[in-house]
Design a protein. Structure first.
Length: 107
């Protein structure tokens, strides 16, 4: 499992208007991120596009959550769960993650 550092104990609170959106390919590499994602994470677009999505994984997240996510997606079902992400600064934020396969790529 990838260990992303640094890590702080500072939580970034998301506003009700924040909508974080990202897309990955089937290898988990980021292909799209929106402005809210960049603003919250502190990463630049060039630091994220093409990178594995786990670049923002917080070390507190159990690996089993992501095993479940991928098994669920591979079974053709959407996945929803709480995910603790790490900002570039080491701060963290919680998201209610919704993941599903695109109709274009689902076979």
């Amino acid at each position: 499992m990838r260990t992303n550092l640094p890590v702080t104990q500072n939580e970034v609170q998301l506003s009700d208007k924040t909508l974080i959106v990202s897309k990955t390919n089937l290898k988990g590499q980021i292909t799209y991120i929106n402005r809210d994602f960049l603003d919250i994470s502190g990463f630049s677009e060039s630091e994220l596009i093409g990178e594995p999505h786990n670049v923002v994984r917080h070390p507190d997240m159990p690996p089993e959550a992501f095993v479940d996510l991928w098994n669920t997606l591979k079974a053709g079902r959407p996945w929803i769960g709480m995910v603790k992400n790490r900002c570039k600064s080491g701060d963290f934020y919680w998201v209610e993650a919704h993941a599903g396969r695109s109709l274009k790529t689902a076979k």
